[in-house]
Design a protein around this ligand. Sequence first.
Ligand SMILES: *[C@@H]1O[C@H](CO)[C@@H](O)[C@H](O)[C@H]1NC(C)=O
Ligand SMILES: *[C@@H]1O[C@H](CO)[C@@H](O)[C@H](O)[C@H]1NC(C)=O
Ligand SMILES: *[C@@H]1O[C@H](CO)[C@@H](O)[C@H](O)[C@H]1NC(C)=O
Ligand SMILES: *[C@@H]1O[C@H](CO)[C@@H](O)[C@H](O)[C@H]1NC(C)=O
Ligand SMILES: *[C@@H]1O[C@H](CO)[C@@H](O)[C@H](O)[C@H]1NC(C)=O
Ligand SMILES: *[C@@H]1O[C@H](CO)[C@@H](O)[C@H](O)[C@H]1NC(C)=O
Ligand SMILES: *[C@@H]1O[C@H](CO)[C@@H](O)[C@H](O)[C@H]1NC(C)=O
Ligand SMILES: *[C@@H]1O[C@H](CO)[C@@H](O)[C@H](O)[C@H]1NC(C)=O
Ligand SMILES: *[C@@H]1O[C@H](CO)[C@@H](O)[C@H](O)[C@H]1NC(C)=O
Ligand SMILES: *[C@@H]1O[C@H](CO)[C@@H](O)[C@H](O)[C@H]1NC(C)=O
Ligand SMILES: *[C@@H]1O[C@H](CO)[C@@H](O)[C@H](O)[C@H]1NC(C)=O
Length: 332
Amino acid sequence: MGYAKVLLGVLLVSALSISTAQPLARFKCSKAGETCTAVIDYVSPNKTTLSAIQKLFQVKKFRNLLGVNNFSSNASEKQTISEKQKIRIPFTCACSNGTGLSNHSPNYTVVGGDVLYHIAAEVFSGLVTYQEIAAANGLPDANKIEVGQVLWIPLPCSCDDVDGLKVVHYGHLVDAGSTVEGIAEQYGTKSATLLSLNQMANASELKAAQVLDVPLKACTSNISSNSLDYGLLVARDTYFYTARNCIKCTCGRANNYTSLQCEPSGLKPLSNWTACPPVQCEGAGNLYIGNVTSSGCNQTTCAYTGYDSQNIFASLVTESTCPGWCNLLSLL
Ligand SMILES: *[C@@H]1O[C@H](CO)[C@@H](O)[C@H](O)[C@H]1NC(C)=O
Ligand SMILES: *[C@@H]1O[C@H](CO)[C@@H](O)[C@H](O)[C@H]1NC(C)=O
Ligand SMILES: *[C@@H]1O[C@H](CO)[C@@H](O)[C@H](O)[C@H]1NC(C)=O
Ligand SMILES: *[C@@H]1O[C@H](CO)[C@@H](O)[C@H](O)[C@H]1NC(C)=O
Ligand SMILES: *[C@@H]1O[C@H](CO)[C@@H](O)[C@H](O)[C@H]1NC(C)=O
Ligand SMILES: *[C@@H]1O[C@H](CO)[C@@H](O)[C@H](O)[C@H]1NC(C)=O
Ligand SMILES: *[C@@H]1O[C@H](CO)[C@@H](O)[C@H](O)[C@H]1NC(C)=O
Ligand SMILES: *[C@@H]1O[C@H](CO)[C@@H](O)[C@H](O)[C@H]1NC(C)=O
Ligand SMILES: *[C@@H]1O[C@H](CO)[C@@H](O)[C@H](O)[C@H]1NC(C)=O
Ligand SMILES: *[C@@H]1O[C@H](CO)[C@@H](O)[C@H](O)[C@H]1NC(C)=O
Ligand SMILES: *[C@@H]1O[C@H](CO)[C@@H](O)[C@H](O)[C@H]1NC(C)=O
């Protein structure tokens, strides 16, 4: 590939950036060295497809792009995304030096005619500033990028617990006319939490196109510490495929966003398994992963507890649903 130098006057870059640059959207992340799953909004500058977005952000599994958006799990890669439509992107966050950034990804390869400002503000819809891209990549001169050069895009994120709970941090692109209270209500959190997390003194500081750190409640699971997906966090209103695609886990309103609901996905397994093993819980009856039985106030679930190189595991988990539904059940 021929390398053509793309140069742009300092004046042009600064003039463009003054009018549109957003304040640095850095999220607090206190546990150095920690990595976790995170989510961020993306608004495509033009009509595109889900697969183009998957490619741009290098999302490994298409199904998990569908999952964070709660799209139908059989949606096509060719599905059209209209201009200005918001799409959520899943990625891995790494915590360092008090802040969280996407873990040296996604990589973007410079094409002819690109300038850093265009990459930051348009291609990546203002999720980062051109200064942040320059700093992350150690560019001595933000005006000098070359066709074919690979830049990583430092997306803001966090792995911190919020109010003592594990959450998935969601970089929410604020719409014009939104309020802190409205956003808190929509995503099941509190205004005070949003203000403190985003180091805002006052709700009137909220700005359109700001990337706001919104903690999404995650469902609790029974995945054991020796499972290959230990630490899996599935945020409210999303689903995730795990155990080599054999298991689909959902955190939904149906269960009041409490414990993760996992069931066989019906998909072919990834990697070297020839078929997904059917997983039965030991003991009572013929309960398979995802089966639920009720007895009086008790609800027993054959819950997913993890996988290793050869097996998928499950065990019975009994929860009391009293007193709310107890009476109802006895009437049925
Ligand atoms: C996806 O599956 C649902 C039911 O599972 C079906 O109604 C729908 O038509 C399917 N959509 C596509 C694009 O295959
Ligand atoms: C860590 O952050 C401080 C200020 O927040 C900065 O001065 C320092 O250079 C950073 N260190 C690294 C290794 O990024
Ligand atoms: C991004 O590029 C860097 C340097 O070329 C490479 O080390 C890294 O593995 C790439 N990341 C991804 C996700 O491809
Ligand atoms: C859509 O936007 C992307 C990112 O800016 C760009 O690479 C692509 O060429 C655009 N496509 C069209 C059809 O304008
Ligand atoms: C919030 O900030 C705005 C503008 O900075 C100010 O007018 C308003 O009085 C502040 N409200 C509170 C409750 O501090
Ligand atoms: C399953 O998870 C729930 C909630 O975290 C916990 O209370 C329970 O002890 C776990 N059960 C098993 C069998 O791990
Ligand atoms: C997610 O999708 C499921 C199935 O289509 C639906 O029942 C549920 O209401 C959706 N949740 C949200 C928050 O849209
Ligand atoms: C759902 O959970 C919330 C918070 O944990 C609780 O306040 C609410 O009563 C629950 N709703 C139902 C229908 O269980
Ligand atoms: C293939 O399966 C074996 C055990 O059956 C396992 O040890 C190995 O890691 C697997 N390979 C991959 C690539 O998953
Ligand atoms: C239990 O799970 C199996 C496997 O997913 C399913 O075929 C069966 O219908 C379920 N049984 C009940 C009672 O839900
Ligand atoms: C419900 O579970 C508790 C403990 O797990 C047990 O002591 C009790 O007998 C169970 N009740 C019913 C109706 O199964």
